[in-house]
Design a protein around this ligand. Sequence first.
Ligand code: CTP
Length: 408
Amino acid sequence: MARVYAGKRILIGVTGSVAAFKVAGWVSTLAKAEALVSVIMTESARQFVTPLTFSALSGEKVHTDMFETESSEVMAHINLGREADIIIIAPASAQTIARLANGMAEDLLSTTVLAARAPVYICPAMNTRMFSHPATQLNLEKLKSFGYTVIDPDEGMMACKEEGKGRLPEWDQVDDIFQRALSNHDLSGKSVLVTAGPTREPIDPARFLSNRSSGKMGFAVARAAYRRGAEVTLVSGPTSLTAPLGVKRIDIQTAIEMHDAVMEYASSSRIIIKSAAVSDYRARTIFDEKVKKEQIKGSLELEKNPDILKELGRRKKEGQVLIGFAAESSRLEKEGRKKLQAKNLDMIAVNNIKSDSTGFEVDNNQLLLLTADGSENLPLVSKERIADMLLDRVVDICSREQRSELSK
Ligand code: CTP
């Protein structure tokens, strides 16, 4: 459960769309994460889901009426807006989007948003033609110009049996965006390039050379950096994982493709974290047709792939922070130190790939962090948690570099 939500005041505006039921799940997840969730429902939202559903899930009274007579409600629109750390309007109907775009203080939700200071996130959900209509698109542009964040709807089959863009995204897709809004922004304004997963070196249309990397560690690093405010580019080998919506993802297959993608983004990246498991060799010949077993000899001719990290180390610019990973099965510190030096790194995270509880394919990891003047053993924790611990050290290295720049 994400700790960033605990104690945060989250105001959710639910409007008239069939996707309102999905947001009940969001409220339940946030309440379990100990967020203080207030819900405002518009009149049309109440045609789809009852306020009782949301009050049962949030543990709070649901706000519906601007003119309720209870004294605590008289200034509800001012108080709710003033206290919120973040405002999420989900699902946002075309009607509410139009109201907000035109500053129409017609109901409790629009009045509250007008009076609020918190960042506003709009999650449109509606029929695909309503969504793509120029009126809705223009209104969304206006909302963006106010500084609101519009989270694009998903594509797919809609409740109205039409296919297209307009579905409310799933919680897993928006969770990272809200965590980024609420978390400590110590990587804000920094461009971070992360590599993840294995590479795949083809032999023929049926066969390839690869390794056991699942990409979980690199994706966890990319996700954590995104949540901490960084502009993240993720160059990934083949995996079944999903990256956060706000991360620029580049999918590659081979080491050469990874090399080219990394070199394209390297010079504009302040921090580079190379957690991918790159194949050191590729097949010298790639066959267009499947090689029959009678044709297969006892050996395969190989050619060396470029060492991407080593090249990055050679080209490293002043102020750039370069972090490598090392997959080792013995003499972790000695082998790690060799790579730290040979590849001109600021830090290397050494993985013991022989242990069952760390390394490839599992959800946990334990890392030995090595720098030129120190070493630190991080405990066995989830890859999500260890990604944040690794980034804590990266932030320290960046501030040390900044201080030494200033003292020059
Ligand atoms: N790496 C790379 N390009 C390669 C090989 C490795 O960029 N062709 C990077 C990896 O992404 C990782 C680091 O180098 O950050 C160390 O990778 P590892 O596989 O542990 O070591 P190698 O340098 O390949 O050496 P060896 O396989 O001999 O241990």
